[in-house]
Design a binder for this molecule. Sequence first.
Ligand code: SF4
Ligand code: SF4
Length: 344
Amino acid sequence: MRFPLSLLCGMSRYMCWQKFFGKRKFPLVLMLEPLHACNLHCSGCGRIREYADTLSSRLLVEECVDSVLESGAPIVSICGGEPLIYPEIIELVDSTLRLGKHIYLCTNGQLLDTKLSEFCELSKINRRVKRRLYWNVHVDGTSRTHDLIVEKSGAFDIAMNGIMAAKRAGFFVYTNTTLYKQTSVDDLVELARILELAGVDGMMLAPGYGYDSVKVSEDNCNIFLTRSEICEKFREIRTRLKKFRITATPAFLDFLCGDRNLPCAAWANPTRNIKGWKSPCYLITDKHYETYDQFINSTDWSKIGFGKDPRCENCMMHCGYEPAAVLYANKITDLIRLAIWQIN
Ligand code: SF4
Ligand code: SF4
């Protein structure tokens, strides 16, 4: 199975209820950023640049829990910054799991090995930890490529040690790889082999998107893919990484390859951070709202997405389009493909 059954059942049940009550816009994944401070300084990172003035601030656990309740999303992606340097991370994970949520804990893996024992301790008193907490480790290529992008020698080996320790301890572990213009598919194939040997449960591939906060120099602008380059790269990936566990659903992969249109559904992945609810999406910022209701009701959703906002022209990111691939998979062929993909 590509994703645990409890995650799929929880998500399906939640979506059925939302549709039953006639809700048209509802969150699937809450992107919760308790802090933006990080122990790395990656070339393509928007967060440490956009939030440079609040890097020393963090949300209280109570504020995080209130946001989880406020949005009601069944999955909480705890990201940042680096969540493992959030001092109350164990308390936050425990509280979120006790609310019946699933967690993607996004980390650069530099502290994973060191902090793992605290999560193992927590799993003794909260049995949901190993069933509902999924590590999502940032790995941008094999050793040389990854270390270059995150600007730290040895970072890949440290992250891999963390990944292997988490697998040995019985956790679900996924990885998250951002693709840039210079990313070679040969390197991705090699990375997929390494991750498969380490027992990684799935590999997420994201096309790097050059939004304002990451375009800090001329060199930096040159690393981001255009829409046509993304499609070309993903067509090669679809062929050459076929036998590996890529987490993109069939409909989303069709979209990434340019074989299908999808609308942006950024409202399904709301972002909450120290400044509030970020609108319109995880990537671009027009405003931060104080409450989730203000965010969902005041953002003009008809004005975002490809062909509507020039800032969206080269964006094919998960935060906008992956929920659309799930929410608009209504045709019987889509559902059959999704089922086969899940059990494959
Ligand atoms: S590890 Fe993540 S949050 Fe930290 S600098 Fe890199 S991309 Fe940004
Ligand atoms: S297409 Fe959607 S997710 Fe991408 S930048 Fe625009 S609003 Fe954000």
